[in-house]
Ligand binder design. Structure first.
Ligand code: GLN
Length: 501
């Protein structure tokens, strides 16, 4: 009997819609897999077996009645990052502050998934409030990389990427403010996409940095990511930054890409993303990917984006500034944790003691950085300058996209590092996102697709593809063509320890 957890989302959907297998069976198979391996991986903060099976049953019943499936992914289960609200189901954002909080409403992404008949297996682990690159900032303990238990799964969406890599879920949702979908994708050998800013609604996505946050798909194949992208994307009047334009035809583009011909496509290699700090194994994997793209018929040229080197410092002013404002809402009055509520303390003391107890060190660091950058006398020098750099980066992209259709680079400068290796060195941690941040600052679309295993340490490496805003379909065409030529790497995932065969 086929192991249902090994099939792609597209294959599962086909089997469910032809009634060769039920959604309940598929969902149960993934819940069983979670039961077997998640003590080892720790991708999930909360598993909602009851809710997932009820959603699966509803899909099976509607298909049994002869109705056509409500969406191309109807019946295919998914894991949801714990930063998106789920009505009546815990949403912690990886923080003690929100422990035990049951949101009274669904995020738009959650609602669209429910309406599309996608059973939600549970909520995945993440760095607290999505701040981090390793999932070690979760208040509930880190997630482990399925390729090597001693290494990080990336962050902040390490749980989503790891759940997909470990075959606990065929699909997951992540969110990407500076790289939190793509970097975990790269280091776990999975596909991760940050859609165009405004392409997917932020309503119910607990805000870290509102001008950068964007939800998107995590999957094992480019086509699966495209199918999920189309389910969650589209205009939402509940989010004022949501784009009122047709969703780019990402599924058609992925299918076109799978035919393996990139003739007529012009690809730019970003010259700034190599050199010091990049592992040899990552650079060689990237060169191999570029050669493969040429073989597929693409024309490849080198493109300079001189301001990209300032993206990281600009991001670490803009994102903390927005975070310091957004996280002011956790004031011990409205949501979650409240300590020292004993009548002996003033409201201000309760607030301050609660924030002291509820937030971890990285969140506090960001709030302090952001408050400082926004303070009177420093605002122009820090926040104001960072916004100017942001404009320059967007102009670099505009100039590049006059010459080429997409840009490529490694997704991350290194493969998965060891758990604990960078926790005491915030700058080293921040450098994980050096290649991914420009696309967030400009609001462009970007994808990470596996480019094989490093010849140095045998760990996954990601190829990043970047496209102009609202041209997300280009990512899928190029990504699918490349993936078809390169082949899957997840069939080389080592057997997970502690898992009985
Ligand atoms: N690692 C980056 C940070 O810590 C990006 C996080 C994200 O994309 N949510 O801010």
């Amino acid at each position: 009997m086929t192991d249902l957890t090994r099939l792609t989302a597209a294959e599962l959907a086909e089997k469910i819609h032809r009634r060769e297998v039920s959604s309940v069976e598929v969902t149960q198979a993934h819940l069983d897999r979670i039961g077997q391996v998640d003590d080892f991986v720790h991708a999930f903060l909360h598993v909602d077996a009851e809710g997932a099976l009820a959603a699966a049953k509803a899909v099976d019943e509607s298909i049994g009645d002869g109705a056509s499936p409500v969406s191309p992914l109807a019946g295919v289960p998914l894991a949801l990052k714990d930063v998106l609200t789920t009505r009546g189901v815990p949403t912690t954002c990886g923080s003690k502050t929100l422990e035990g909080w049951l949101p009274p409403y669904d995020a738009t992404v959650t609602r669209r998934l429910r309406e599309a008949g996608v059973p939600i297996l549970g909520k995945t682990n993440m760095d607290e409030f999505a701040m981090g690159s390793s999932t070690e900032n979760s208040a509930y303990g880190p997630t482990h990389n399925p390729w090597d238990h001693s290494r990080i799964p990336g962050g902040s969406g390490g749980g989503s990427a790891a759940s997909v890599a470990a075959f606990e879920a065929p699909l997951a949702i992540g969110t990407d403010t500076g790289g939190s979908i793509r970097q975990p994708g790269a280091v776990t050998g999975t596909v991760g996409v940050k859609p165009t800013y405004g392409g997917v609604s932020r309503y119910g996505l607990v805000a870290f940095s509102s001008s950068l946050d964007q939800a998107g798909p995590c999957a094992r194949t480019v086509l699966d990511a495209a199918l999920l992208h189309e389910v969650i994307a589209g205009h939402d009047p509940m989010d004022s930054t949501s784009i009122d334009a047709p969703v780019p035809p990402v599924v058609a583009a992925a299918r076109a890409g799978l035919r393996g011909d990139l003739t007529g496509v012009k690809i730019g290699v970003v010259s700034e993303f190599s050199g010091e700090g990049y592992q040899g194994g990552v650079l060689r994997s990237f060169e191999g990917a570029v050669a493969q793209l040429r073989e597929l018929g693409a024309e490849v040229v080198e493109v300079s984006c001189p301001n990209f080197v300032y993206a990281l410092p600009a991001y670490y002013l803009i994102a903390p500034s927005e975070c310091s404002s957004n996280l002011a809402r956790f004031d011990a009055m409205r949501y979650g944790l409240r300590v020292a509520d004993d009548g002996a303390h003033s409201a201000e003391e309760v607030m301050s003691l609660t924030r002291e107890a509820g937030f971890g060190p990285e969140v506090k660091r960001r709030i302090m950085l952001g408050t400082y950058a926004l303070s009177s006398g420093y605002y122009d020098a820090y926040y104001g300058s960072a916004q100017k750099v942001r404009t320059l980066i967007a102009r670099d992209f505009d100039a590049a996209f006059e010459q080429v259709d997409v840009l490529v680079s490694p997704t991350t400068p290194t493969t998965a590092f060891k758990l604990g290796e960078r926790v005491d060195d915030p700058l080293a941690m921040y450098l994980s996102d050096i290649c991914s941040i420009p696309a967030n600052l400009a609001g462009n679309a970007a994808m990470s697709v596996p480019s094989g295993l490093s010849d140095e340490d045998g760990l996954p490496v990601g190829l990043q593809i970047m496209a102009p805003a609202l041209a997300d379909d280009r990512l899928y065409r190029v990504g699918a063509a490349y993936e078809a030529a390169r082949g899957s790497i997840l069939d080389r995932l080592p057997e997970l320890k502690g898992v009985s065969a």
